[in-house]
Design a protein around this ligand. Structure first.
Ligand SMILES: [Mg+2]
Length: 235
């Protein structure tokens, strides 16, 4: 895949612009401590929780609020409804902490945005809870840099086709940069666009896909290398 002839570049937000999944990893670890007394030998809390998360995605969508409700349901089930009101409150407080977590931009993100905005139309395409995503973007200090921000409930081929059409973007001139093969790469390629995969330290079960033989996307080692590749393709 080549990076020449681009007009539009979109960034994923969570774990592409700023770290995000580690907040969930920490919250799960703290929830695990809380639920330890109710766990039976061999029980995999992560799996129990994911069962509720997966089912609840269809009802609550992505985001922290749905995750908190899934933690509460998991706690109720594995404690056979014996968990105390005080412990439920602790789970809710954990969720509030997650929502108020400081936004730490990932390395070279600010430089990437400043460089690319001079040469391309840049945008953000992220999925999740509207209020939370808007809030994080505002707190990131980058909100003013993106003329277009799309917050969607799911990132699939149809979503990307719709966004490209609404903004009159030629898919062949569109590049998506993101950490998830499932959400940021494969559906973009299916919609006729191009993609750069920037893997992050943590990937949630739900975003994992089998290692793919797909050669239609590039996988730079860092955001800095990604920008270098894009800028070199221009000259
Ligand atoms: Mg992401």
């Amino acid at each position: 895949m080549k990076l020449d002839g681009l007009t539009h570049i979109a960034f994923d937000a969570d774990d592409t612009l700023w770290g995000h999944e580690h907040i969930f990893v920490d919250a799960k670890a703290r929830c695990l401590e809380l639920l330890e007394p109710f766990m039976t030998p061999g029980m995999d809390l992560e799996q129990e929780l994911y069962r509720f998360e997966r089912e609840n995605l269809k009802i609550f969508g992505y985001g922290v609020k749905g995750f908190v409700l899934s933690m509460i349901e998991t706690a109720l089930e594995i404690s056979h409804q014996q968990i105390s009101g005080a412990d439920i409150q602790r789970i809710i407080d954990l969720g509030k902490e997650m929502l108020l977590h400081p936004i730490d931009l990932l390395p070279y993100v600010r430089e990437a945005v400043m460089t690319l905005e001079d040469h391309f139309s840049i945008m953000v395409i992220t999925k999740g809870d509207l209020f939370d995503q808007e809030n994080k973007l505002a707190r990131s200090g980058l909100a003013d840099r993106f003329p277009v921000v799309e917050i969607v409930s799911e990132k699939n081929e149809a979503t990307y086709r719709d966004i490209l059409q609404r903004h009159a973007i030629d898919p062949a001139k569109f590049l998506m940069i993101g950490n998830s093969l499932r959400s940021d790469v494969l559906p973009v390629l299916a919609a006729g666009g191009r993609a750069l995969h920037l893997p992050h330290e943590y990937t949630w079960h739900h975003e994992r896909v089998e290692e793919t033989e797909h050669t239609g996307y590039l996988q730079p080692d860092s955001m800095e290398e990604a920008v270098k590749m894009i800028m070199e393709a221009r000259s």
